[in-house]
Design a protein around this ligand. Sequence first.
Ligand code: GAL
Length: 648
Amino acid sequence: MLYGACYYPEHWEKNEWASHAKLMREANMNTVRMADFAWGVMEPEEDVFDFSLFDEAIELLAKNGIKTILCTPTAGPPKWLVNKYDILQRDRYGRPEGWGSRREGCANNAAYRYRSAKITEAMAKHFANNPNVIAWQIDNEFGCHASTLCYCESCRRAFCAWLKKRYGTIDNLNKKWGTVFWSLGFSSFDDIILPAANSCEPENAQAWSHNPSLDLEFRRFSSNSWVDFQQMEIDIIKKYTNAPVSHNLMGHAPDIDYYDLSRGLDFVMWDNYPDNQWGGSDYEYVSMAHEIMRGVKDRNFVVAEEQSGPAGWDCMGANPEPGQLRLWAYQALAHGGEGIIYFRFKALNYGMEQYWHGILDHDGIPRRRYFEIQKTGAELKKLEQYIVGKKNNYDALIVRDYPNIWSHSIKRHQRDFSYTELVYSYFRANAQLNINTAVSIGNYERYKVVYMPAYNVVDEAEIAKVTEYVRNGGTLVTTFRSGQRNRKNNIASTTLPCAFAELAGIEVEEFDPLRKTTEITGLVKSEAKIWCDIIKPITAKALCAYSNRWFAGRAAITVNSFGKGKVYYVGCDLTEPAQKELVRYISEQAGISPIDAPRGIEIIKREDFTILMNHNDYEETAPVTGTSLITGEKFDGKMRPYGVEFIK
Ligand code: GAL
């Protein structure tokens, strides 16, 4: 199992390396990840390559039993490159991104692609036969700093060509997009625009002022541009070595279709910062991020950057409390992680990330956080057998899909509606009932319940699959704002919920994007604040109805028998307790046994044992007893603050 730290030899004096390597070795580490952003060191001038610093560092680390994951440095284009070539992305106003940070390059810019290919090829050739380079990482965090969408002329041209392949003729595109509206017809593919700022747009607005098909296709194209850029580097590396290739993804990040991005990778890595300058995340949110990362390839992953200290850019989040670093590592491993690489080994004295603390602070003296990571490393040697190659016993699936993320952000339905929050709320309800829940697309038949909240951009093939799943006895849960849009982001002429109408056995006759709180009674009691569908059950029966306002008495939540299965339709948003009760009911009906536990206790069922975590800073009792696989002793349910247990 990989256990280590991000280590940047170019940040330290050479005479410091040996003591760093020794500390890593003594902390039970076996891996470092390096060289992301080191372009300027490896190619100080155009076509002048020098890898000697990395050769030496890799060698010295290897002598300490530490292998290297080597990153291509293309997220950090050096100054000579931007001096000579205009590679900078353009924003919605056509302004070039300022250079001076990172990720400024445009995926479709010929010079950036050419220079990226050259450094990648030079590295691949140079390091291909180095036995201490055990894996490669392409670039760093595609889509970070909102850099997915670029409005430059190279992107426009590439977009036109991409559309031509998909639509064939311009008449077809005009028809499918409905460009007759407001005289937006294009006369040729070369004529097509990018959805940049236009006359309809208040300053700093997000994309919504264009034709919705143009907007959605541009999101797809932009995501695909990075997938394509990544593939370019993968292909180069694969010419020279069989070492596995990865990239570090960003959990919940919405801008790149991670199913597409991970297809070309041998395995997924991702960067996990539960508490930084921008806020602390609820543990369920972090668990969901891990599940998203496991779900994109339906395969276990490695954490490429795991938080190891107070973190931030101009100010910091909290210092991880005693036990928290260990807990966060196990949380990742409990949700499909197979390796932990901490960011970073030591805090740096200079540069933008001076405040992003590592395992060691600026003075380099091993203290509490170092010792906790060291101890966890020792413990993991024993527990590895319960981690590597293992899979949880999943009962439920949350479908989370990128075209839906994009479409819902282009047309938000109601000012407070958020697709990603709705999807998360169903994950959270399941997590609080300790129902192991995967986040992915497809393979429905493996799960007792499949949630497709606000699944609005409908892929016909996916609807056919889910229909088959329900017919064979599966349980589907879908909600308001589902089934209405096609893949071009246009609205169907059928009655809501359109593609789901037959499955759900209902018609939504009217709806109300809410300005007034609406009450719901029946199976659960709740309030809706965002949306109410006013439902007419056809073959379905009502489980809940509205109890105030002009549609009092009309159905709000329904269930329909379809084939051997069931379809629940939730026509409104729910309070957190009501949603939990609804999920409990649906789960029990589907043969799942929810487990109630105090908030903060997380229970993961894996093969024939259980992983327990206490996310609270106080003792709690978990409703599980048995024998601890960590200590071999009897376990009575008592969990220490931030405690972790493996119980059989
Ligand atoms: C990640 C990035 C790292 C480092 C870290 C802390 O997004 O991959 O290079 O910047 O965050 O900001």
